[in-house]
Design a protein around this ligand. Sequence first.
Ligand code: SF4
Length: 387
Amino acid sequence: MILLLSSQFLFALQTISIILIPAYIFLSLEYKLIKRVKTKTVSVGPVKIGSAHPITIQSMTKVSTSDADAVIAQIKTLAAAGCQIVRCAVPTAADTAALKKIVSASPIPVVADIHFSADRALEAIEAGVAKIRLNPGNIKTKSEIISIIDAAKANKVAIRIGINEASIRDLGQDTPPDRRTALMLKEMRSYIRLFENHGFNQIVLSAKSSDVLRTIEINRAISKNFDYPLHLGLTHAGIPEDAAVPTAAALGALLSQGIGDTLRVSVAGDPVEEIRIANEILTSLGIRPRTEPELIACPTCGRAQINVVALARKIKTILALIHKPLRVAVMGCIVNGPGEAADADVAVCCGKDKAFIYRAGKKIATVSTEDILPQMQKQITSAAKKL
Ligand code: SF4
């Protein structure tokens, strides 16, 4: 009887193992690796966009493009912050006239943002931009679009076909939500056909909406139907503090499914903020390795033995000078503190009138409340030197 039970038990165990172990391995791999949806490679100057290459971060300059020196200064600041491709609006001939100087001084490829005017597109290509962003829907005639395609082909310039929900023909305010994505997809398909029929395939695609769910839906549909690289963004997202969460929700959902080859976070304000948020999204998803410190602070509750927010802010000023991927934790009490400290390079868990300092999960000192900050500074500096 015992023998029978134990053999049944072993059989059940074996069956469970056969099912669960591969599932666990599969899920672990899925968790660790976001598998990019396969897309072609498109060259934007020396930068390559497509699933065989790392996801690139883009931004736009926010001064008049006709002021070449101001644009160049802003591009250099953006490039230093991690921007890899920069776009400039060129609504006037004075803007495209400044492009030649901008292109030759820019450390990163320059893209001309075209709306309504085929002339501006042709002038920008002539000035040497690496790519143009075109919404074919607002160029007057088909022959003008074809003249842009021909010039881009002759000059090895890539084109992003960028459609916006607001500019889709046949789409009105009363168009029901479930028809909107279908109409955007139909319009994208007609443009792609036009470009392909003229032998042009250096195409990047984008379809933007200010609605998070529609952004996810249309990009999923495009990714399913075409294998050109996809540029992600949530348009008109707002000022940085309002834009960060919806942008992270839309782009995070897509990137976690392997969709997207390049992205721009659109915020009203300093474009460096766009780069900071874009980097945070990519590092949070593990798509990019972290290069800057990460500060974890407990949310505080009735057990907190110190003003955690004030302490975390002070520690953040110390970390602002450390350009290393250090993980630092500030915990308000010893309930969850030691657990969180185990995952941090440096951590502090506060107790009554004293605090415990941790390095790599090991308690190394007990200090008075007044000594927390100097001790944390010392440990952070020393831990950073070892990275
Ligand atoms: Fe509350 Fe302590 Fe957790 Fe902070 S670490 S949230 S103070 S239990």
